[in-house]
Design a binder for this molecule. Structure first.
Ligand SMILES: *Cc1c(COP(=O)(O)O)cnc(C)c1O
Length: 220
């Protein structure tokens, strides 16, 4: 076995090993294959190898790439993992099966309106700015309870919390903190862990790992 199928098998085996060590069932962890910047021709082999959940970080790129792939493979689920502008909420609700970047009040309003209009409720992860980094997306930890209450009030299905820890430092403390915030707030899922740290994330309770370069190779 070579190429995409081998990379997928390797990532799945590493998730399974982390689950075994942490005494978790592998079915508790969803691998989101982040295919941003990669063309349909690079994605299809991964689907053929059995991968079913994919992530994109830009609405426009996903709109250009996915309709054709989904016509061919109707069982695919597509997740938005990147920041979302309120004026793209309708497009996002139409295209995605989950949104990992709900991080502010104005977006709760825009997504709730878009879901009402489409007659479709899309599960959302609330993104937390877990390292309190100025330039990063995500709501401040102090604002999380209020944002969750707003989302619940607007009937947005809450799938979990999501974070991207600060670069260049050990991610584990940030994953543990996100887990604690989810517990404190009665939230079920945890979207955390990328190519460099998904095993750590699984051991700390991740339900969704977002893996790009370990599956597709480095982005250009
Ligand atoms: C690109 C991206 C990923 C995947 O990153 P890799 O390091 O390539 O695995 C995960 N999450 C988000 C939000 C991303 O933008």
């Amino acid at each position: 076995m070579t190429g995409p199928a081998a990379l997928l098998a390797d990532v799945n085996a590493r998730i399974a090993t982390a689950c075994r060590i942490a005494r978790r069932a592998p079915e508790e962890v969803t691998l989101v294959a982040v295919s941003k910047t990669h063309p349909a021709a690079a994605i299809a082999p991964l689907i053929e190898a059995g991968q079913r959940v994919f992530g994109e970080n830009r609405v426009q790129e996903a709109q250009a790439k996915w309709p054709e792939l989904r016509a061919q493979y109707p069982e695919i689920a597509l997740h938005l993992v990147g920041q979302l502008q309120s004026n793209k909420a309708e497009d996002a609700v139409a295209l995605f099966d989950a949104i990992h970047s709900l991080d502010r009040s104005s977006l709760v309003v825009a997504l709730a309106r878009a879901m009402d209009k489409a007659g479709r409720r899309v599960p959302c992860f609330v993104q937390v700015n877990i390292g309190a980094e100025e330039q990063k997306g995500g709501c401040a930890i102090a604002e999380l309870p209020a944002l969750l209450a707003e989302a619940r009030g607007a009937d947005i299905p809450l799938a979990g919390l999501m974070c991207v820890p600060p670069a260049g430092v050990e991610a584990a403390p940030y994953f543990a903190l996100l887990g604690k915030l989810a517990d404190d707030n009665g939230i079920p899922g945890l979207s955390m862990g990328m190519s460099d740290d998904f095993e750590t994330a699984v051991m700390l309770g991740a339900t969704h790992v977002r893996v790009g370069s370990a599956l597709f190779g480095a982005r250009g």
